[in-house]
Structures are given as structure tokens and as C-alpha cells.
Design a protein around this ligand. Structure first.
Ligand code: CTP
Length: 412
């Protein structure tokens, strides 16, 4: 009847442990497969050898046993079962379960399992009736733990009352009933599974400032830290995207899981972006220097000469170049607008003349170098303002937003 069912049996340290040998025999007769864990106290009442010979398997007892950890980890041991049975469930084991303590193999498995737990309590009647045990039992019932017994009867200590462990036949029947329903306890739907809304998508992003050389030691640059761009690259990689981050000089490490290309100048940044295409999404967060010195000096300019005059040339607009590509234009081209005034109006204007699909606008004064930012998203169809958040929170939210935008476009 229990053919192929796998049961994790936890034997607690009580006089009733001897009755578990009979339970093991019956479970085996019914075709169940058994993994058995004994607490330290249980071994005072029955020997691991007798348990092992009846159960036909190994008896586990040590949380830190290396061979057990390599052969079968304790998490795996607790998950491989269809049902976890605790017999006898002592007052101590019930208290540990109710509190979520995990200081030995048995209690750790009971906390780590994703399956229903059936307990067969056994203890002195005063221990069973004690308000602490009553509280623990009520908490465990509320947590969904199943109970069989205890029964009224003569106690080993000479008293009479509730506390006797149920007979093996009754425990067997409770096991059979428990196994009839779904025994796996599901996690809430948003936990336990990493969200990968950008799986299978390619994303190219620019970040940081560019440095435009004046001579071998001086450059035109700006105060961009790269924090927002790097955070978006990290969030996109976490969301499953294949990310190429083209970064100007920043003091930040490359985020995990992205391929980073390090550049200095706007021209190098554009070349690196073009080499990284095609992509589904392009995001320009870099604060690209608008101008470069037309001809940078080959040698360091000496102070002894008169103050130098520089002819400046305009740098390529990387965002506009990508947004206006005829071939290999990413389906979503996203720009940032760093403004000091009229934020929305400037953002709308940038959206239009650069030809991108979305502008994330922010007030430079509130963003540069800070951990937080407050942004407004502007698309051809409208705008939406987000409250102040940490840059990594904005990154995660933006990645979800872009995944949805891409999905809507694919569905349309
Ligand atoms: N951008 C770019 N290449 C440039 C200049 C800007 O890719 N040469 C991108 C930035 O990465 C950002 C967006 O364009 O996504 C807007 O940058 P911003 O500095 O706000 O705008 P500019 O085009 O430089 O215009 P202005 O400085 O006049 O506001």
C-alpha cells in the first residue's frame, strides 16, 4: 500500500522508542522506503544497529558528519521524503519544532523539510499536560503539523493518563492517510524562484563618464560615478539578460555576471557599443563628454608656456546613433536625461530628437554621486514619476519595466 513511498522517520529519545522497531517492520512490509534519523537520546533506548537492520538502510545521527554530508546533504535528506514522521515525539522535540530550533540533525531536518510532518507524541502525562507543551502543540497544529495520539494509558513511570505513544498500527494508519493528500508544502508563489524576466534577452548599456584627453595627463571629464548604470547592468544580469556593460573610467568593480568593456573616450565608447550589437535593449546611462579637444597634445603641456587655447569638437551622440540605426536597431532604446531645470520638457524633447523609446529623467543635483535617485519615465505616450529610491531599487524596477515593455511589443 505504501509501495515506493519514502518516509523520513525521526526517532526521539523516549521509552516508547522500542515500539518504533515494530513500526519500521510494518512500514517495510507495506513497501515503504525508509531514511531513519535518531536523536542522541534515542540511542539510549534503541541501538542504531537494530534500527538499521530492520529499516534496511543507513541510520543518520550526526549533523556534521562529513561522509553523510557528501553522500546525502541534510537538506536533500529532508526533501527526498514524501512524509516526515516523528516517533516518539518527545516534549523536547515538540518544543524545538515549535520554536524552530535546529541544533542537531533531527531538529535541522524538521526545520528544513518541505514535506508534511506527522508526529506521534510520547511523554509523561504531566509533561503532556504542562502549559508549555500545550502551547507548543497548539502552535504546531496551527503550522500544519499532523498528530497521531497520544493515547491514555499506563505510563512507564506508574501514572495513568494521556501521554502514551499510539500503537504502531495506529501510526501506520495515520501515515497512510497523510500520504493520500499532497504532502509537499508549497512556498508562497513569489518566493523560492528567482525572477528572470529578461532570460534570453541581450542588453547593452553604457555607464560612467568619458575622459577626453587634453594631453597625456589631463582630460575633460565629469562627476558621473557610474552607480546607476552599473546597478542596472547588475539587475539586468540578475534578471537573466546577457549583458554587455561599456563603462567609462569609474571606481566601481564590474558587476557580477556581466561582460564589461572598459573605455576612456566617447569615440571608444561608441565603437564598443556598436561592436556589442545586436541587442534587444540598449540603455545609455553614461555621462558622455559632449566635446573633446580636437587635437590632444602628444606631450604634457608645460605651464611655462602661455595658457593654452583648445579647439573643441563635438563628440558623437551614442544614444542618438544607436536609436537612429537603420539596421540592428535594438527594439528598446533607453536614454537618461540629466537635467537641472524643466526636467519633463527637456526629457520629452530628448526623447524626440534622439529617437529613443524611453527617457529616464532625473535632476542631476539629486542624483550625482548619491546612493538615491528620483526619476520620471517619459515615453511617447506619457510619463510616470517614481518616488525617491536607492539606485539599485530603481535598477531592479526599471529592469522589470523594460521586460514588460519588451513583452508588450512582442505580443502586439
Ligand atoms: N548621450 C550619449 N552620447 C552623448 C551624449 C549623451 O549617448 N554624446 C546619452 C546619455 O547617455 C543619456 C542621454 O544621451 O542617456 C542624455 O544625456 P544628457 O547629457 O542629459 O543630454 P545631452 O544630449 O548631452 O544634452 P544636454 O547636455 O544639452 O542636456
Amino acid at each position: 500500500m505504501l509501495d515506493g513511498k519514502r518516509i523520513l522517520l525521526v526517532i526521539g529519545g523516549g521509552i516508547a522508542a522500542y515500539k518504533v522497531l515494530e513500526l519500521i517492520r510494518r512500514l517495510r512490509e507495506q513497501g515503504a522506503r525508509l531514511d531513519v534519523v535518531m536523536t542522541k537520546a534515542a540511542k539510549q533506548f534503541v541501538t542504531p544497529l537494530s534500527v538499521a537492520s530492520l529499516s534496511g538502510g543507513k541510520v543518520f545521527d550526526d549533523l556534521f558528519s562529513l561522509t553523510d554530508e557528501t553522500e546525502i546533504g541534510h537538506i536533500q535528506l529532508s526533501r527526498a521524503a514524501d512524509l516526515v514522521v516523528v516517533a516518539p515525539a518527545t516534549a523536547d522535540l515538540l518544543a524545538k519544532m515549535a520554536q524552530g530550533l535546529a541544533d542537531d540533525l533531527a531538529s535541522t531536518l524538521l526545520l528544513a523539510t518541505d514535506k508534511k510532518i506527522l508526529v506521534a507524541p510520547a511523554m509523561n502525562l504531566r509533561m503532556w499536560l504542562h502549559p508549555a507543551t500545550t502551547r507548543n502543540v497548539a502552535a504546531l497544529r496551527k503550522d500544519g503539523v499532523l498528530f497521531v495520539g497520544p493515547e491514555d494509558g499506563d505510563m512507564a513511570c506508574g501514572e495513568y493518563g494521556p501521554g502514551r505513544m499510539s500503537e504502531p498500527a495506529a501510526i501506520l494508519s495515520a501515515i497512510t492517510t497523510a500520504l493520500q493528500g499532497e504532502t509537499r508544502i508549497a512556498l508562497p508563489p513569489d518566493i523560492g524562484r528567482a525572477e528572470k524576466p529578461l532570460a534570453g534577452r541581450r542588453l547593452v548599456i553604457t555607464s560612467g563618464p568619458t575622459h577626453e584627453p587634453i594631453d597625456p595627463v589631463r582630460y575633460i571629464g565629469n562627476r558621473s560615478s557610474g552607480k546607476q548604470g552599473h546597478a542596472i547592468a547588475a539587475a539586468a544580469a540578475k534578471a537573466g539578460a546577457d549583458v554587455t556593460l561599456v563603462s567609462g573610467p569609474v571606481a566601481l568593480p564590474d558587476p557580477p555576471g556581466v561582460s564589461a568593456v572598459h573605455v576612456e573616450t566617447a569615440a571608444e565608447m561608441l565603437a564598443a557599443v556598436e561592436a556589442a550589437l545586436p541587442a534587444d535593449i540598449f540603455i545609455a546611462t553614461a555621462a558622455v563628454a559632449d566635446w573633446r579637444v580636437e587635437t590632444a597634445a602628444v606631450q604634457k603641456i608645460k605651464k611655462s608656456s602661455a595658457p593654452p587655447q583648445f579647439a573643441l569638437a563635438e563628440n558623437p551622440d551614442i544614444l542618438a546613433a544607436v536609436a537612429q540605426r537603420r539596421s540592428n536597431r535594438p527594439r528598446l532604446v533607453v536614454g537618461f536625461a540629466a537635467e537641472t531645470e524643466n526636467i519633463l520638457a527637456h526629457a520629452r524633447e530628448k526623447l524626440q530628437h534622439k529617437g529613443c523609446d524611453l527617457i529616464v529623467a532625473n535632476d542631476v543635483g539629486r542624483a550625482m554621486g548619491r546612493e538615491e535617485n528620483e526619476v520620471t519615465l517619459v515615453t511617447p505616450s506619457g510619463s510616470e514619476s517614481w518616488p525617491e529610491m536607492r539606485k539599485d531599487e530603481i535598477a531592479a524596477k526599471l529592469v522589470r519595466y523594460l521586460a514588460q515593455m519588451l513583452k508588450d511589443r512582442s505580443d502586439a
